[in-house]
Design a binder for this molecule. Structure first.
Ligand SMILES: *[C@@H]1O[C@H](CO)[C@@H](O)[C@H](O)[C@H]1NC(C)=O
Ligand SMILES: *[C@@H]1O[C@H](CO)[C@@H](O)[C@H](O)[C@H]1NC(C)=O
Ligand SMILES: *[C@@H]1O[C@H](CO)[C@@H](O)[C@H](O)[C@H]1NC(C)=O
Ligand SMILES: [Zn+2]
Length: 244
């Protein structure tokens, strides 16, 4: 019968998901000091990346991809971005399919630098002083790749790239992903001129993973005080901001 055939397909898909491994730099980074920056500073900025996302998109956005660009020398955020491609259409600021959080943050910084009358050479040098910090690996849910964002980070020549949740995690919890890791993209970028980019994965995943875990799982608890409600558009239980 159709329903049981469908159930079999879903079961097979779930089984396949559980056994698929996305190659990445899967390591516990707790306590690690890189470029003289303490782990507690890494945690502080990952939380600020989450907060930048909540400010722009509410406490439980469907597409929970937040990005900030940090100047660790000055200990400050230079600019922020969020994923404007998907999510609640009333909050959608842009519809361009390539404006993922990372691209949006790079655009915001370019505007800041242009406002300081910096030349293209000065702007290129500036990326080499900055760190890009994302709540998720740079990939998104639809057909656009996120090797795109990993490549944009390498083309910019950032000093550091820090992320929380991995592709593997989101694959396991039901997201459609492009299973090419940043690690693998970076491996192919060694011939680019200029700055190399240090990559630090899985920072504060205990706080970033829950932001991505409810979208395709009706049983997963909602983050940040959001409530389970039937989604009219999706036809199953999702999370909504009770104050929205
Ligand atoms: C980063 O901060 C340092 C110290 O305040 C400053 O000299 C430098 O210009 C800043 N870099 C950028 C790209 O904003
Ligand atoms: C997540 O882990 C960090 C240590 O890496 C800890 O300081 C923090 O309290 C944890 N967050 C939650 C919500 O448990
Ligand atoms: C869905 O959420 C429940 C409750 O947290 C959890 O036990 C289960 O493993 C989750 N399923 C998947 C596929 O992550
Ligand atoms: Zn992307």
């Amino acid at each position: 019968m159709f329903p049981s055939a469908l159930a079999t397909i879903i079961l097979l898909a779930a089984t396949a998901a559980a056994h698929f491994t996305v190659p990445n730099d899967d390591q516990d980074m707790s306590g690690v000091v890189v470029n003289g920056i303490s782990y507690s500073t890494r945690v502080k900025y990952m939380r600020l990346a989450n907060e930048a996302l909540f400010e722009q998109s509410g406490p439980c956005p469907f597409a929970a991809y937040g990005t900030i660009i940090v100047n660790h020398t000055a200990d400050e955020i230079v600019c922020r971005g969020a994923n404007f491609r998907t999510g609640d259409p009333t909050r959608m600021l842009m519809k361009h399919p390539s404006i993922h959080g990372e691209i949006s943050a790079i655009n915001a910084c370019t505007t800041v630098f242009a406002g300081r009358n910096m030349t293209p050479t000065e702007i290129y040098a500036a990326w080499g002083e900055l760190s890009i910090c994302t709540t998720s690996l740079p990939f998104h849910t639809n057909a656009e790749s996120c090797p795109m964002c990993a490549s944009a980070i390498r083309w910019s020549g950032f000093k550091e790239y820090i992320y929380g949740t991995t592709i593997q995690h989101n694959y396991n919890v039901g997201w459609g992903v492009i299973t090419l890791s940043s690690y693998d993209v970076f491996q192919q970028t060694r011939q680019l001129p200029g700055y190399q980019t240090v990559m630090l994965g899985q920072i504060l995943t205990n706080e970033t993973d829950p932001l991505f875990s409810w979208q395709y799982n009706e049983s997963y608890p909602c983050p940040n005080g959001c409530e389970k409600r039937m989604s009219v558009t999706r036809g199953y239980l999702g999370c909504v901001d009770p104050n929205a």
